[in-house]
Design a protein around this ligand. Structure first.
Ligand code: MN
Length: 200
């Protein structure tokens, strides 16, 4: 299946000065990928993924992310995916896990907002602790988001994700509805399903 080439932003974020880093500088402030894949499986959902080394830490967000400050969306933690999966668009065949159609709804870089440093010295610790703030540099979504674990039962982690109040918070936008298609190819889920079933 054809791989979509991604255009990385030319402008690199400014790397923070060394003296602004407290510790673990090897993993902070590097360009790391976030991706949101819109996935029509048994039900429609949005797979929100954050790169950590060579894997994508993942949550399934049934309603997708909001741009309204503090509007909480449920996010179920799912299994990590390999980094290679970040640009996947296509049809997962029937009978396979997650069978259905996938498009890249948003992609870009992100950084961990390193403000819980008294509590957490790395993003991995923050993730284990169930409280994570990140800044997204996507095409559709930008600015701060918070992820908070609210429940863990039978190995299922329930989190909420919400927009932080910053200059990118905008209650007037609703990109899940108004910008439904792929940021890589411009295709809709229907386009991808049709193309693949025609043998393209
Ligand atoms: Mn999925």
């Amino acid at each position: 299946m054809p791989k979509q080439k991604i255009q990385w932003p030319k402008k690199k974020k400014k790397i923070k000065k060394t003296n602004e880093l407290n510790d673990d500088s090897s993993s902070h402030n590097l360009e790391r990928i976030f991706v949101i894949q819109k996935h029509k499986a048994s039900s429609l959902h949005y797979d929100f993924r954050l790169q950590s080394d060579d894997v994508l830490i993942s949550w399934a967000v049934p309603k997708g992310l909001s741009t309204t400050a503090n509007e909480k969306r449920l996010a179920i933690r799912t299994e990590d995916h390999l980094l290679d999966y970040a640009q996947f668009e296509g049809v997962i065949p029937k009978g396979e896990y997650g069978s259905g159609t996938v498009l890249v709804w948003d992609i870009g870089s992100y950084e961990w907002i390193h403000q819980d440093e008294k509590k957490y010295s790395s993003m991995k610790e923050a993730l284990e602790g169930g409280s994570l703030k990140i800044r997204l540099y996507g095409k559709k979504l930008k600015g701060g988001y918070a992820l908070v674990r609210i429940n863990e039962e039978n190995n299922i982690e329930q989190w909420i994700i919400f927009k932080l109040a910053d200059e990118y918070a905008d209650a007037g936008r609703n990109p899940v509805n108004t910008e439904p298609d792929s940021v890589l190819s411009g295709r809709s889920l229907e386009d991808i399903t049709k193309e693949e079933s025609n043998g393209h």
